[in-house]
Design a protein around this ligand. Structure first.
Ligand code: ADP
Length: 336
């Protein structure tokens, strides 16, 4: 599915890599998860074994890949990166698993998108570090057991609800990442600004943080757009003012509370087309021309979190705050 926050070119992805914190100590926010991970890694180190399997869930851009990299780095083990969509056949997974080095950390992004047959192979691999490879077909088919080197699986998903229970149960530790507080995003911007060598005074930092949808990846992206703006419109010696921030972010259709064009399109459809709802997810997705999965995993969680959208058994609804934000009078108000 298209994740609008992922639409970056190769250069931008390289910058994203440079902005990743390299240790748990540098990782901002998510205090509980950090302490839990620290304990897990410390125990594994003391007992000289690979850490338990880890499942990270939460919306895109909150730091799941970064945490997987940190797990490998802090436990001084190699890291292998893969993703659910890349593992379409059990054979793909067998090849991947059998090539792992002892103790290697295997990161599988979007793990909910693996195929069923690969999933089933993974159960046994996670539990017993063993897989059964099927050879032949029909009555003559046999399975050949293959022992694997012990490894730590780090799975990431935007939709933990879509994971089958047997898979979820095989993770020793499951963490749900929450949207970041504005103060935490200010720290993200401060850290990234020093890496990118751009000066962003506290007021401008706060403005970027407020408009980042609770998401570090977005904070970093907005910071890069602000840096572009400063480079072109050159203020005093590369320092971004609050006005630069507003001008740059307005240009990219990021509104005062950080909603982007798709967020506003969804709210707008809910309010104008469906009179505030309730409306089903698929209908809403078709109306704005986006995939239901994107609406459900990217747009909706944030709108619900900031109280602009509600979920009812009969569908999604726009809250009074959503009407206020879009400056649309409500029907019941108009009657008064
Ligand atoms: P996900 O895998 O959840 O989509 P990533 O781990 O790729 O997210 O993070 C996206 C970007 O946001 C990275 O550039 C990373 O540096 C930054 N980032 C994420 N979480 C944090 C954090 N807690 N502190 C600092 N930067 C972060």
């Amino acid at each position: 599915p298209r994740d609008p926050s992922l639409a970056e070119d190769a250069g931008e992805l390289a910058v994203e890599g440079a902005l990743r914190p390299g240790s748990l100590a540098e990782f901002i926010g998510q205090h509980k998860v950090r302490r839990q991970l620290q304990l897990l890694l410390d125990a594994a180190r003391i007992q000289q074994r690979p850490a338990d399997h880890i499942l990270l869930s939460g919306p895109p851009g909150l730091g799941k890949t970064t945490l997987a990299m940190i797990v490998a780095h802090e436990s001084e083990r190699p890291l292998r990166l893969s993703s659910g969509p890349a593992i379409q056949h059990a054979g793909d997974l067998a090849a991947l698993l059998s090539s792992l080095l002892p103790g290697e950390v295997l990161f599988i992004d979007e793990i909910h998108r693996m195929t069923r047959s690969a999933e089933e192979m993974l159960y046994l691999a996670m539990e017993d570090f063993r897989i059964d490879i099927m050879v032949g077909k029909g009555a003559g088919a046999t399975s050949i057991p293959l022992d694997l080197a012990p490894f730590t699986l780090v799975g990431a998903t935007t939709r933990s609800g879509l994971l089958p229970n047997p898979l979820r149960d095989r993770f020793g530790f499951t963490a749900h990442l929450e949207y970041y507080e504005t103060a935490e995003l200010e720290q993200v911007v401060e850290r990234s600004a020093s890496v990118l060598d751009v000066t962003v005074p506290p007021v401008a930092r706060a403005e970027i943080a407020r408009r980042s949808r609770g998401t570090p990846r977005i904070a970093n992206r907005l910071l890069r757009r602000v840096r572009d703006y400063v480079v072109v419109h050159g203020g005093d010696a590369g320092s971004a003012t609050e006005a630069d921030v507003s001008a740059a972010l307005d240009l990219y259709d990021v509104d005062a509370i950080g909603l982007d064009r798709l967020d506003r399109a969804v709210l707008d459809a809910l309010i104008r087309r469906f009179r505030g709802g309730p409306v089903g997810l698929n209908t809403l997705a078709v109306t704005v021309g986006e995939e239901a999965e994107t609406i459900e995993s990217v747009v909706e969680p944030y709108l619900v979190r900031i109280g602009l959208m509600g979920r009812t058994p009969r569908g999604r609804i726009a809250t009074p705050e959503a009407y206020a934000h879009l400056r649309v009078p409500r029907a019941d108000e108009a009657l008064r």
